[in-house]
Design a protein around this ligand. Structure first.
Ligand code: OSB
Ligand code: MG
Length: 373
């Protein structure tokens, strides 16, 4: 493959409703798109990737401007200068000299993989060996202003057909909201996500959630706290699932070995790409650890691709795979649509349906082309 040129396109997209977590309230999302033009199999093709970094470094050390900067000044120049032959499978090794920045690396690898798949006419699902044609739809519910409001929001999602509810929690918004949802909606598949808001000293508070038979509690403690997560796991019966802590297959292996993760949330963007995500899937499956596919409020580019990944057999729990209208009024691809509580897996060429230039133009706030000339 030869990389001819690349464009880094920053979008600003309003969310249909504010999304509140323990790390703050998001009213909009700033997706960073990577558009590449490559030569592959004698054809010039375009590929698209989406970076999952948030605008601010509140979820991960990476954020919008850091991802754009490292892509422009380090990652793209490395790939533009890479001696042929190489393909998307080699991109991880090509980018290895740059330490960290898995979200930026993932977006570039995704764009190159998309280009390869569009040239060969294969879907991401085919590339991954996924035979499923749809996956169950789960939804992540932000922290609400009141319990009645929470019950209204959860009720709406259940009416729409979502089969699994994830509640964001934080100290002071944990036991009561979970109890209220259990009381109102009964035995639904239910889990919680703390986004690192607790410390090990909060174990007694978290143990109170044991009575609700939750599928899991996601990332109660800090990103670096693998050992403390394993100590917490010994004190509560709700399975501990890691999100922020898992940034590579190596960290997933460590978390499993330490007993810090009974379940893993696989976000391809967070772990450096779909290829590393598959390696985590494979090692978790071999260790008997269930995985599910998380979300980062992606546009249709990342959402369609996540649904394909979630079709792998080790993804035995429903993911944060919701329809486009969960977050966006207008998507930049053919929307992700839920039917009967399921999301269909994109089966056409590439990682997603062809993004719509007009929609992208509508949301674009910045665009940078490489090589700069
Ligand atoms: O912790 O899973 C998380 C969104 C942004 C940052 C972190 C998280 C989330 C979500 C969104 O929960 C889930 C989704 O995209 O559907
Ligand atoms: Mg999470």
């Amino acid at each position: 493959m030869q990389l001819l040129e690349a464009e880094l396109i920053t979008l600003r997209m309003p969310l249909v409703s504010p999304f509140a977590t323990s790390f703050g309230v998001q009213n909009e999302r700033y997706p960073l798109l990577v558009r590449v033009r490559v030569v592959h199999l004698g054809q010039v093709v375009t590929g698209w990737g989406e970076c999952v970094a948030l605008r601010d470094p509140v979820y991960s050390p990476e954020y919008l401007d850091s991802a754009r900067h490292v892509l422009q000044h380090y990652l793209l120049p490395l790939v533009l200068g890479a001696p042929e032959p190489w393909g998307p499978q080699e991109v991880g090794a090509i980018l290895e000299p740059i330490v960290g920045h898995p979200m930026a690396k993932a977006a570039l690898e995704m764009a190159l993989l998309d280009a390869q798949l569009r040239a060969s006419g294969n879907s991401l699902a085919e590339f991954l060996g996924v035979t499923a044609t749809s996956v169950p739809a789960g939804v992540s519910v932000g922290i609400q202003a009141s319990i009645p409001q929470l019950l209204g929001v959860v009720g709406d999602y259940l009416d729409q057909g979502y089969v699994r509810i994830k509640l964001k929690i934080k100290p002071g918004w944990d036991y009561e909201p979970v109890r209220a949802v259990r009381e109102r909606f009964g035995d639904i598949p239910l889990q919680v996500d703390a986004n690192t808001a607790y410390s090990l000293a909060d174990a007694p508070t978290l143990r109170r959630l044991d009575e609700f038979d939750l599928l899991l509690i996601e990332q109660p403690l800090a990103e670096g706290d693998l050992r403390r997560h394993s100590l917490l796991a010994a004190q509560i019966s709700t399975p501990v699932c890691l999100d922020e802590s898992i940034t590579s297959a190596a960290s997933a292996e460590d978390a499993i070995a330490l007993g810090a993760a009974a379940v893993i949330n696989v976000k391809p963007g967070r772990v450096g790409g779909y290829l590393e995500a598959r390696r985590i899937h494979d090692l978790a499956l071999a260790s008997g650890v269930p995985v599910w596919c998380g979300g980062m409020v992606e546009t249709g580019i990342g959402r369609h691709a996540n649904a394909a990944l979630a079709g792998l057999p080790g993804f035995t729990l429903p993911g944060d795979i919701s329809a486009s209208d969960r977050f966006y009024l207008t998507d930049i691809t053919e929307p992700v649509v839920m039917t009967g509580g399921r999301i269909p897996i994109w089966s056409g060429p590439g990682v997603c349906p062809e993004p719509a230039e007009a929609a992208i133009a509508e949301f674009t706030v910045d665009s940078t082309s490489l090589p700069c000339g």
